[in-house]
Design a protein around this ligand. Structure first.
Ligand code: FAD
Length: 419
């Protein structure tokens, strides 16, 4: 099997989730080898990398590799590309990862693809380009394919690899040592997950109305274990810090679930979130462009809808089943994402507006097509402008939703499976 290098992202020796995603992806295409840049590789970290399929772990413990801004890591990878002739190199499509990928491409005279959201046989990458307006399949035509893959593009799945550690002595050029890191300040981190890595993101826009009202968005985020995002209109107004802005000039997110509340869906906002697996839009304007993109749409005042969702989500998470679902560790947030989709779908489908008088049935399933226009559009198969047809009014209250779940006799676990 051909070797694929995966550059490890870690904080204080703890391997970040995106690396486990990259190892999982690499495993589907070849034999993954993790590359640890800098000191601090522990037995625990090696075991983690092996657990997710790393056959080898190249350890370059020199502090020089991380004492200077990105260039040394590109040189380390270039050296390994020269020595090992891997089939491809994968890095996380973060700001740093993309810069490393670009430098590596120059050093190895190879092609580079950034912002990939998938990678298939022959290293054909799914890529979202032109501000997210177009999805393309791209393949590197020259040298060693270097692919920067967005966090959350692949669900990490364990499958043991040998995890054999091989020491690497890297010789850095003087040019790589041009910009030294003189200090590192830890960013204040709340209990919420990091925005670009979160499995669920709840974002608020101008429709939120004020800085104080963002507590409504935070409330839902906390109930779901999600990160909070914001549109530029909200950050420019000073309602939420700029570091949480999602979009073309903000962060790019690819979560399992993105909830946009009071956001119109401007192209610049879409550029940062439209590769989310499922999108729920809450907006009082049924003509809001965000509904062209949404998998589930709720037309209503977010100040009513979001607290109801929060309340229902809190109730559900506070009463887990006696026989707890046996989900793999780390999958909890994904499960919550699915459960929220189920919750919204049930609320939408149980709304009287979707009840055909002729059938006499209490409600009908309003999900109109196997592939939603939004999903198809995002897969590049449908034209933009097709409006989500299941947009309806939010009148199904949390109580109605809870009754529907109760009446169905479904357990929490089954309800999730239905999502
Ligand atoms: P609006 O467009 O004003 O939409 C507010 C929405 O809230 C409306 O649809 C309204 O119906 C709804 N609403 C109002 N009240 C309620 C309520 N009570 N309940 C429910 N819904 C309600 N924008 C970004 O987000 N990210 C970027 O990175 C970004 N980069 C940009 C870069 C450039 C170069 C430019 C020119 C613009 C950029 N923008 C970016 C701005 C972008 O064009 C939009 O102006 C912005 O996204 C609008 O934010 P919004 O959807 O919150 O506000």
């Amino acid at each position: 099997m051909s070797e694929i290098l995966v550059l490890v992202e870690q904080v204080d020796g703890e391997v970040k989730k995106v690396t486990l995603e990259l190892l999982t992806l690499a495993r589907s295409l070849g034999s993954p080898s993790a590359v640890w840049a800098g000191p601090g590789l522990t037995d625990a970290a090696t075991a983690k990398l092996a657990e997710y399929g790393a056959e080898k772990v190249y350890n370059a413990p020199s502090s020089d590799v991380v004492d200077y801004v990105v260039a040394p890591r590109a040189e380390l990878l270039a050296q390994l590309v020269g020595d090992k002739s891997p089939a491809a190199v994968l890095v996380a499509s973060t700001a740093e990862g993309k810069e490393i990928a670009g430098r590596l491409a120059v050093k190895t005279d190879s092609g580079v693809i950034t912002d990939a959201v998938g990678l298939a046989e022959g290293f054909v990458a799914d890529q979202s380009i032109f501000g997210g307006g177009v999805n393309v399949h791209s393949r590197v035509a020259k040298g060693t394919p270097i692919v920067a893959v967005r966090p959350n593009s692949t669900a990490p799945a364990p499958a043991a690899g040998a995890g054999a550690v091989e020491e690497v002595a890297v010789s850095l050029s003087e040019g790589a040592k041009a910009a030294r890191i003189v200090d590192r300040v830890k960013q204040e981190k709340g209990a919420r997950p990091e925005l670009t890595e979160a499995a669920i993101v709840v974002s608020g826009g101008r429709g939120v109305g004020s800085a104080e009202n963002f507590s409504v968005i935070e409330g839902l985020a906390d109930a779901l274990g999600a990160a909070v995002g914001a549109s530029r209109a909200a950050t420019d107004a000073g309602w939420y810090p700029h570091q949480f802005q999602v979009g073309q000039t903000g962060k790019t997110v690819s979560p399992q679930l993105y909830i946009a509340a009071g956001i119109s869906g401007a192209i610049q906002h879409r550029a940062g979130m439209q590769t989310a697996k499922t999108i729920i839009a809450i907006n009082k304007d049924p003509e809001a462009p965000i509904f062209e993109l949404a998998d589930y749409g709720v037309v209503g005042d977010l100040h009513q809808v979001v607290p109801q969702l929060t309340e229902e989500s809190t109730t559900r998470t506070s009463r887990p089943p006696a026989a707890a679902p046996r989900f793999p560790r780390g999958a909890a947030s994904v499960v919550r994402a699915q459960a929220t989709c189920a919750l919204v779908r049930r609320a939408v489908t149980s709304h009287p507006a979707s009840m055909p008088a002729s059938t006499g049935r209490p409600w009908r399933l309003a999900k109109p097509a196997r592939t939603s226009p939004a999903t198809a559009a995002r897969a590049g198969k449908a034209q933009a402008g097709t409006r989500a047809r299941w947009v309806t009014s939010w009148k199904a209250t949390a109580a109605t939703t809870a009754r529907a779940i109760g009446a169905s006799g479904k357990s929490w676990e089954t309800a999730i499976t239905m999502a």
